[in-house]
Design a protein around this ligand. Structure first.
Ligand code: ASP
Length: 440
């Protein structure tokens, strides 16, 4: 069994956190490949190393002496080194960085040094191999990953190592220069390594024990989600739950490797396991039937009514073209017999509402166009809901009993979610009502 473990910035913020990572990796022989972020914040108003590196580059760019900022970074790494009694020659590493800066290096090079140094330190601490990401993760000049070259090289290099640390967040262009992923990109590295290593599990270590069924700012002590499918996760993240980036999930999802979200500060907690959609049926036992609830506020509805619309062809198309022409993305289009509504994020139509209403009236030849602001959308997600009667009745009942007026209902044909639209003022109350109705 092979596990790839990726540790985020808070897991490596200082020597105490390094020690936890060390113990977690040592604790399980199967954790063969470890991907690390740069040290993150130690406390609320602290700085992330990567942010300081961006700041260093900004100094260089605008010809302001960068030394004081770089010193902050150097001090943080030195402190970790000293507290852990490590032997790595950081002075030499910073000499190289300074030289590169003085030669006017690229931004991507400098901002990648957080991950690079973090990986060097932990490799020294764990006494295992260090694999520089620039030698195994390859980009094409168009900025996309060169999948074939990366896979081949990784298969070769990982095959030779018993235990290795790989810095996240960057790789290299064909000419060897450094190229980084977007911010938070160590997750992408972790997922690429897991896929190349044909891992049985990709562990993503952070500072929370996986995902919660609802936002804890709304529901008090929500239950933890033990298992979730990629599809459910996508539904929840789309509706605002902060989870992994799509790009970061893709390589492991494609390879059918489950992801385990774990907490470095509570390693015994099983966390949340994300499984393939096809692995869900047999292993799926969710006592609550629903998996999670997420939602977003601030939508605007354009309600269009036209006599005998049902007999006319192309009406909705004409309406959609108006939005398309203004580059506005549409969330939902619930429809009736002679009417339909178009739901969009309020911020995207804030200054255009009147213009859109007028255009709808003219192009669709109807006087009946109304708008309504302050709509919230709440998605209740769970593959356990599919083909089970009575679920929506339970949900609507719960909302009714709590005096929440439902303004819109939408259920995807896959039946893994039910979306309701409620007034913004009822948003929190509605989420609590749904949660309490389903979760014991
Ligand atoms: N250190 C990088 C960032 O802060 C990448 C990462 O942590 O995933 O964005």
């Amino acid at each position: 069994m092979i596990k790839v473990a990726k540790f985020g910035g808070t897991s490596l913020a200082d020597a105490t956190q390094f020690k936890k990572v060390h113990d977690i990796v040592k604790d399980d022989e199967e954790r063969k490949f470890v991907v690390v972020s740069a040290p993150g914040k130690r406390f609320k108003d602290d700085n992330k190393i990567t942010d300081l590196l961006y700041l260093t580059y900004a100094h260089l760019k605008y010809s302001v002496p960068y030394a004081p900022v770089l010193k902050l970074i150097e001090d943080r790494f030195n402190l970790i080194k000293e507290e852990l009694n490590l032997s790595i020659d950081l002075e030499h590493e910073f000499e190289i960085i300074r030289k590169k800066l003085d030669d006017k290096c690229e931004e991507d090079y400098i901002v990648s040094r957080g991950e690079y140094l973090s990986a060097l330190l932990i490799a020294d601490y764990l006494q295992c191999d260090f694999i520089d990401a620039k030698d195994v993760i390859f980009f094409k000049y168009d900025g996309n990953i060169d999948k074939k070259k990366t896979q081949e090289k990784l298969a070769e290099v990982l095959g030779k190592s018993k235990k290795a640390i790989i810095p996240g967040f960057y790789g290299s262009y064909p000419d060897g220069s450094i190229k980084t992923f977007s911010r938070g990109g160590s997750d992408i590295t972790g997922s690429i390594i897991a896929s190349a290593a044909k891992a049985d599990m990709y562990e993503n270590w952070t500072d929370v024990s996986g995902f919660l069924m609802a936002d804890p700012r709304i529901v008090k002590n929500p239950q933890q989600i033990k298992k979730i499918t990629y599809q459910e996760l996508r539904e929840l993240s789309y509706m605002g739950a902060s989870v992994l980036h799509d790009e970061a999930v893709f390589p492991v999802r494609q390879a059918g490797i489950p992801i385990n979200i774990k907490n470095t500060n509570d390693p015994e907690n099983p966390g949340t396991i994300i499984v393939g959609d096809d692995q869900a049926d047999e292993n799926y036992e969710n006592p609550n039937i629903i998996t999670g609830i997420a939602g977003k506020k601030n939508f605007t509805v354009f309600y269009v009514h036209k006599e005998h619309m049902a007999n006319e062809v192309g009406v909705i198309k004409k309406a959609l073209e108006i939005f398309e022409g203004k580059g506005i993305s549409i969330e939902h289009i619930p429809s009736g017999i002679d009417s339909f509504s178009i739901v969009v994020p309020t911020e995207s139509v804030e200054k255009l509402t009147h213009e859109i209403v007028e255009e709808l009236k003219t192009k669709l030849m109807t006087q009946s166009v109304k708008t309504h602001k302050n709509l919230s959308l709440i998605s209740t997600v769970g593959i356990g809901m599919a083909y089970k009667p009575g679920i929506s009745a339970k949900l609507f009942n719960a909302l009714g009993e709590n005096n929440v007026n439902i303004r819109m209902i939408d259920q995807g044909s896959s039946e893994i979610n039910i979306i309701v639209g409620v007034e913004d003022k009822d948003f929190e109350k509605a989420i609590r009502a749904i949660y309490n109705a389903f979760v014991k």
